[in-house]
Design a protein around this ligand. Sequence first.
Ligand SMILES: Cc1ncc(COP(=O)(O)O)c(C=O)c1O
Length: 453
Amino acid sequence: MGKPSAPRPPAVPDQKTAADLASVLPMTATVKDGHLFIGGVDTVELAHEAGTALYVMDEQHIRHQLREYVKWTRYHWKDVDVIYAGKAFLSLQMARLVAEEGCSLLCASGGELAYAIRAEFPMERVQVHGNNKTDYELEECVDAGVGRLVVDSLFEMDRLSAIAEARGVKQSILIRVTPGIEADTHDFIQTGQEDSKFGFGLAEGLAMRAVKHALELPGIDLAGLHMHIGSQIFALHSFSAAIEVAVHFMQEIRDETGHTIRELDTGGGLGIAYGLPDEPSTIKDYGKVVVDGIKEHCEEHGLPVPKMMVEPGRSIVANAGVTLYTVGSIKEIPNIRTYVAVDGGMSDNIRPSLYDAHYEALIANKADKPREMIATVAGKHCESGDILVHDAPLQCPESGDILCVCATGAYCQSMSSNYNKQVRPGVVFVNEGEWRWTVKRETYADLMAQDVE
Ligand SMILES: Cc1ncc(COP(=O)(O)O)c(C=O)c1O
């Protein structure tokens, strides 16, 4: 199983059709009359009706992933909370869907919390984290009654305690620890190593100091520990190593303070297939490694098994989504490459420019045709680096074709921008032959809504 950021071999036309791309497409993807269908909806007709660029999310796929997490974690231990990380993709309908599936919601800002509040998400099932929450955000969390706050610094802990005390309540917290594990993923999305802006390091006693401090503060109830070692992780041994360290720390806490840690949140991070060679671990195997790992280490240390929490984001929504674009200009540079330009780009998907992320593409109205050439899908922004897919197999394109970039359901819409005053695409949910907006396409008026004449 290769590291997800490992260099890829030069691409060759692979003659694959959409039917061969199942591992990167939503689970309901099929081909009919040469068109790609998702959720029973013809994506080509959808693109013509709703316009492009357009994010399309398969509702059945999202629900299936949430259920897989619930099933394969609770299979090994009854008390596991599956907390969807809203940063991957969040809309009001998405928040309601997560609630309907009996899962919890992880928010990373006051803005994400505002979505939870507006969606009437059960507040006791909301968790808020972030390495630099403002006073205002801390007050919003306490006032809203969020279930857990993940505390990242002593500075934050003191302010939070004062805010909670002033309101006559105790806020339940998890302390974020960095277990000193370098997860097997891209450097920019590793977070569990000692040198991290997140959390308290275990080395040199920083995390223990934080625990002792929390136990003394009147406005704080120390429920447990939190960690998140990174994202797009393929190899499960990174999770096992972090769990071993965390449970050992739980024992040190009990020995030094007499306090029993009741909850352990191991974060998110399970990788997904962006490209055809990618073979991420399954949710079933992940559930076993995480839950059995915690149980086994607790047994070794004579600790009660804590309530467990996992926080998946990418693995819930990434493969549920695709982005549809209309092909514009096609520029063939002899002996170099062919650029296929589309009506979107780095404003709706920053990941290729940010992380060198790789995607698979196909032409939705030629979904039954083989990918018989190599093309580079370029965006329309004023940056040479505005490339969505670098030198990858594609069906022969023509202007007006509907081009589909796969696995864009996570960290694309949520990281989108208005660069070049591009309006953000809308997001539609598709299900059982129907589609509906979950986020409408922006308008020029939206772009100027905050401008002052
Ligand atoms: C604290 C925390 N939890 C969960 C996640 C979700 O991670 P993923 O989308 O890789 O599952 C993130 C992502 O950055 C995170 O920072």
